[in-house]
Design a protein around this ligand. Structure first.
Ligand code: PLP
Length: 331
């Protein structure tokens, strides 16, 4: 409760509250259960498989949609069209790499079509967030060891305060102490006390961790300017920066970049290959060429909460040399 209250105070708008979960996958599943979603849920093809797992875990059906070239997420127009032409109860919109995108039109489209919207912003806790509009809307963060706010395993759901009880039930087998059953079921998605204690300790140092991450990314952004043909976000305050995503012009160039960096001792990851387009349990709303192309060209440059200035310089040196070694023009 103490950790929940502390996160609520720091990251919620008035009228909102954080509910903690065992991890973000359970948190998203609980959000869908609490919002009464049982049918078709739109999800992006370009995401980590947990997005889809959470829908299945909630007893709903994932419908995969392509993403947009510019934001790397589901566009408001694509969402609106899918809601207009399909039978979808909800959307699970991912904030790509925790780099905030404008979701106002997404919320409006869901309101128009009576759909719930859960924002999967797994790596995004720490960046300023817009208040949730009135309606069936929630946002979920991961506190996994790989995320900026890292406690081992954990999840946090930001919701309208009135929905906290439903979330608690959904995370506790459908049970709420002292209350009669309400006709909904639940999962075992509770955060253990020991994880909450770790969370309270992390919270004390989180400001310094964020500052270190932003310092690294601001130097990465400056270094990227020397190379043409790359796409990346250059607004520091849009993310707590789990990683620094950079889009290369072609799959061949990405493979060469990764190989050159690895030879120099730096692991650059490629996200999210494969996409969820043909993932077991998924139904496609249509082909997903943008997601597929992004997944073959996306490089994730490492960022750490305890990264030193010297490590940043070493990473930049390897990234620079590796990029300079390949020709950055579309094949
Ligand atoms: C977009 C996205 N959603 C959900 C998750 C799942 O988070 P957790 O590991 O806390 O269940 C992840 C994990 O990396 C993720 O990247």
């Amino acid at each position: 409760m103490q950790f929940e209250n502390a996160l609520t105070e720091r990251y919620c708008a008035p009228g909102e509250a954080i509910t903690l979960a065992a991890n973000a996958t359970a948190g998203i599943a609980a959000a869908l259960i609490a919002l009464g979603v049982k049918g078709n849920v739109l999800i992006p093809a370009f995401t980590f498989p947990a997005t889809l797992s959470a829908v299945v875990m909630a007893g709903a059906r994932p419908w995969v949609l392509d993403v947009d070239t510019e934001t790397w997420g589901i566009s408001a127009d694509a969402l609106e069209q899918a809601l207009r032409t399909g039978n979808h109860e909800a959307a699970l919109v991912v904030v790509p790499f925790g780099v905030r995108i404008d979701l106002r039109r997404h919320f409006e489209a869901c309101t128009r079509y009576g759909a719930a919207l859960v924002v999967d912003n797994a790596p995004g806790l720490g960046a300023a967030a817009a208040p949730l509009p009135a309606g069936r809307f929630m946002e979920v963060y991961s506190l996994h060891a790989t995320k900026p706010f890292a406690i081992g395993e954990g999840g946090a759901i930001r919701a309208h305060r009135g929905e906290s009880e439903l979330l608690r039930r959904a995370l506790n087998f459908g049970l709420l102490r002292g209350a009669p059953p309400n006709g909904t079921w639940g999962i075992n998605g509770k955060m253990p006390e020991i994880s909450a204690a770790v969370g309270l300790a992390v919270l004390e140092d989180f400001g310094a961790m964020l500052a270190a991450r932003r310092r690294a990314v601001s130097r990465y952004i400056a270094a990227m300017r020397a190379h043409s043909g790359l796409a990346y976000v250059d607004e520091l305050d849009r993310s707590p920066w789990q990683t620094f995503p950079v889009l290369l012009p072609s799959a061949e160039m990405l493979d060469e970049f990764i190989a050159r960096a690895a030879a120099a001792g730096l692991e650059i990851r490629n996200c999210h290959r494969p996409t969820l387009e043909d993932w077991p349990g998924a139904t496609k709303t249509g082909p997903c060429p943008v997601s597929s192309s992004l997944s073959q060209r996306m490089a994730c440059i490492p960022v750490y909460s305890d990264i030193t200035r010297r490590e940043i310089s070493t990473i930049i040196g390897i990234v620079d040399a590796s990029l300079a070694g390949i020709s950055l023009h579309p094949a």
